[in-house]
Design a protein around this ligand. Structure first.
Ligand code: PLP
Length: 391
């Protein structure tokens, strides 16, 4: 049996996968087991923030593996405490909780919000946005405002209500005396790359302040540098009460993070929440490299390449009638088409460019943050030829 025959036989059928077995990567490129080379604009779904085989990241992981891979959170470790210090000093939130994935970082925020609600007026209700995506655990998938993710698993997590993204009136109409928190992705990812309007987030912040409601940001995909700021909220001039993030934070080593203001973080006491692997030395050693790179110049590259990518995508929009919209922020861009994008993406993959969709009609561009203009030119060339076939 070859590798993907084995996979089909022994791995649960929860992904529709391409018949490609990837074997190694270097910088912006990955290689399949036959040596075919692909320019990687998927970056493991916005995870490989420093590309593949990044020398500093690899060195830090090697070095840490020789010292300590894991010890549990019954003890302090230097990489975890150092990463927490950097995250706090470079933003406006005061305390970190480390876990292992995006869904867990959402669960942590929801639990903290529920705890706050219980102690402040016995409120339980959490409002989330239509077309959002928050992960696959029961509470996170209930919070996800897209029925096809959560309408076939029986009873879901209670006290979640949905409102419309970028529609302040819809939020106002959904808030009740039982509302304790509002959960928003500053840029909706899986839902089709929809950036929030800054005025919308500002209005929601003000409403939350007036009604003692917590504002929770899901920065799992749009955080950790992807918008050109370390935290997504810094691109909007709004400070939430918590952020949840994961994907790119440790360059590919599983790591999740929930941050909160000091006052809110105090509602968790020892024993209230935990994670065996959360923030382990291997993951946080990697996280330190990612944050150091971002704060030492890489954020400037994201801003510069983000503008360039957006310009190039707009040129393709002018050229191809199949493209109906181009939108996004930094290195998180989307191209909406008038047709399902799966065959377009399949065509670019065939021609050596990994892209992914976001919903049925949107192609998503989430390259590693090290991407260059030459990489973008090359990707746009392959995409241009693919779009040609679908006009
Ligand atoms: C990917 C994603 C999640 C879930 O993260 P996992 O690590 O897969 O659990 C949650 N929210 C957003 C916005 C995401 O993009």
């Amino acid at each position: 049996m070859n590798t993907f025959e084995k996979g089909e036989k022994y791995i649960m059928n929860t992904y529709s996968r391409y018949p490609i077995t990837l074997a190694k990567g270097d910088g912006m490129y990955v290689y399949d087991e036959n040596g075919k080379k692909y320019l990687d604009f998927a970056s493991g779904i916005a995870v490989n923030s420093l590309g593949h085989n990044h020398p500093k990241l690899v060195e830090a992981i090697k070095e840490q593996a020789q010292k300590l891979i894991h010890v549990s959170n019954l003890y302090w470790t230097q990489p975890q405490c150092e990463l927490a210090e950097k995250l706090v000093k470079n933003g406006s939130l005061d305390k970190c909780f480390f876990c292992n994935s995006g869904a867990e970082s959402i669960e942590a925020a929801l639990k903290l919000a529920r705890r706050y609600g219980q102690k402040n007026g016995n409120r339980q209700e959490i409002i989330t946005m239509n077309h959002s995506f928050h992960g696959r655990t029961f509470a996170a998938v209930t919070a996800t405002g897209q029925p096809h993710y959560n309408d076939s698993f029986g009873d879901m997590f209670p006290h979640i209500k949905y409102a419309d993204f970028n529609d302040f009136e819809s939020i106002k109409a959904t808030v009740t005396d039982n509302t304790v928190a509002i959960l928003i992705e500053p840029v909706q990812g899986e839902g089709g790359i929809h950036p929030a309007k800054p005025e919308f987030l500002k209005a929601v912040r003000q409403l939350c302040d007036e009604k003692d409601i917590l504002l929770l940001f899901d920065e799992v995909q749009c955080g950790v540098g992807r918008l050109g700021t370390l935290f997504a909220y810094q691109s909007f001039g709004v400070v939430p009460d918590t952020i949840s993030t994961a994907k790119g934070i440790a360059g590919g080593i599983p790591c999740g993070l929930m941050m909160a203001s000091e006052k809110l973080a105090d509602y968790f006491k020892p024993g209230d929440h935990a994670s065996t692997f959360g923030g382990n030395p291997l993951a946080t050693a990697a996280g330190n490299v990612v944050v150091d790179e971002l704060t030492n110049g890489l954020l400037d590259n994201v801003k510069e390449q983000g503008v360039y990518l957006s310009e190039k995508l707009n040129l393709l929009k002018q050229k191809h009638s199949v493209v109906s919209d181009v939108r996004g922020f930094g290195l998180m861009q989307g191209m909406e088409c008038t047709v399902p994008v799966a065959p377009i993406v399949a065509d670019t993959i065939e021609n050596g460019l990994l892209l992914i969709g976001a919903g049925k009609n949107v192609i998503r561009f989430v390259p590693s943050l090290i991407v260059s203009k030459a990489d973008i030119d090359k990707a746009m060339n392959i995409l241009d030829k693919a779009l040609e076939k679908f006009n």
